[in-house]
Design a protein around this ligand. Structure first.
Ligand code: SF4
Length: 346
């Protein structure tokens, strides 16, 4: 093994966290965990992971799962298009590969929702294929190790660091090497603040540390400012529960359920009332809702609105949901969690 990989893998073997997907590292388990961990901290993702693989233990179960149930299992994790893509990929895996993820980097990479990083992680950890798995943690470790000022948001820098990852990779142990790099980035070579160089197995050869620049690295172009989007919500309750509206089947939060809402506009109560009357909803208004905010990747929703009561059949595309149905059946995005919490027991 090499000067980087040997101390790194030794450190990993002694210090790695015992995580459920490491105990049974099947390709399916690694896939599910990597998709979840792209968006969520390990501690927050673990209960979701356990529930997901208990309900859907293999690609065949994922492929056949009712989409509403799937969204409910994912509720709270956000980025719902990721789980929709996982289901499409699982269906291809069942049709083309007999229900098992293929032991081939290019074939994995061709599946919906599987990018370079996830394909590399599955290929190397589950199948021992010497493929790189370069995420933000790995970019940071190599930028510091090499004292490189390359901007890691640029594709050229990513290519450069991917080549470095491959150069240092022991071809007989690609999985432990990739996992060790990710783990070092998560536990020692930390983002946002001082890395723990005093316990780092690579400290002796780290050029960023020697130059006193580790904390300033990696170089990253700042992300563009997020757009603030007003949203008006109507939390309408009645004898049959709370009124939920199904979101369109394409686009942001596709197919999920929400309180009645209008995006892109901050409406007054009379304006909201008029809009709802056009679809036959006659609401007894009670009080303004406490406004909430939800931050997406590119935008921020500023949600305000009103609560009220109504009766009668639900308009088209809507349902009345009891509290039990809301908890067990209907997936409501976290963006509306603060609004739904304002549904008080009658
Ligand atoms: Fe990161 Fe410090 Fe280790 Fe260098 S020595 S790789 S900066 S933790």
């Amino acid at each position: 093994m090499g000067a980087v990989s040997e101390p790194l893998i030794q450190w990993f073997e002694l210090n790695r966290r015992l995580l459920p997907f490491r105990q049974e590292p099947s390709a399916y388990h690694i896939w599910v965990s990597e998709i979840m961990l792209q968006q969520t901290r390990v501690s927050a993702a673990l209960p979701y992971y356990e529930r997901f693989v208990a309900e859907l233990p293999d690609p065949a179960a994922l492929a056949a799962c009712d989409p509403d149930k799937l969204r409910k299992l994912w509720q709270g994790l956000g980025y719902y298009s990721r789980v929709a893509n996982m289901q499409k990929a699982a269906q291809i895996v069942c049709r083309q590969y007999g229900g098992q993820l293929p032991a081939d980097y290019a074939a994995l990479r061709a599946l919906p929702g599987i990018g370079d990083y996830t394909a590399g992680a599955i290929a190397s950890i589950a199948f021992g294929i010497p493929a790189p798995a370069v995420d933000g943690n790995v970019l940071r470790v190599f930028a510091r190790l090499d004292n490189s000022s390359a901007d890691i948001t640029k594709p050229a820098a990513k290519r450069e660091f991917t080549a470095r990852v491959l150069e240092e990779m022991p071809k007989e142990r690609p999985g432990p090497y990739n996992e060790a790099l990710m783990e070092l980035g998560a536990l020692v070579c930390l983002p946002n603040g001082a890395p723990k160089c005093e316990v780092c197995p690579l400290a002796a050869q780290c050029k960023g540390r020697a130059a006193g620049r580790a904390e300033q690295l990696p170089v990253k172009t700042a992300k563009p400012e997020k757009t603030l989007v007003p949203v008006t919500a109507a939390l309408i309750t009645g004898p049959q529960g709370v009124l939920l509206q199904r979101r369109p089947s394409k686009g942001l939060l596709a197919g999920l359920w929400q309180p009645f809402a209008f995006e892109g506009t901050a409406m007054t109560q009379p304006e909201l009332d008029a809009a709802l009357r056009t679809i036959g909803l006659c609401v007894q208004w009670q009080a303004p809702l406490q406004s909430t905010r939800h931050v997406f990747t590119h935008r921020i929703w500023q949600i305000s609105g009103f609560c009220g009561t109504a009766a009668g059949p639900a308009p088209e595309g809507c349902v009345w949901a009891s509290r039990a149905e809301l908890n067990g059946e209907y997936a409501v995005p976290s963006a509306f969690a603060g609004i739904m919490r304002q549904w008080r027991p009658e």
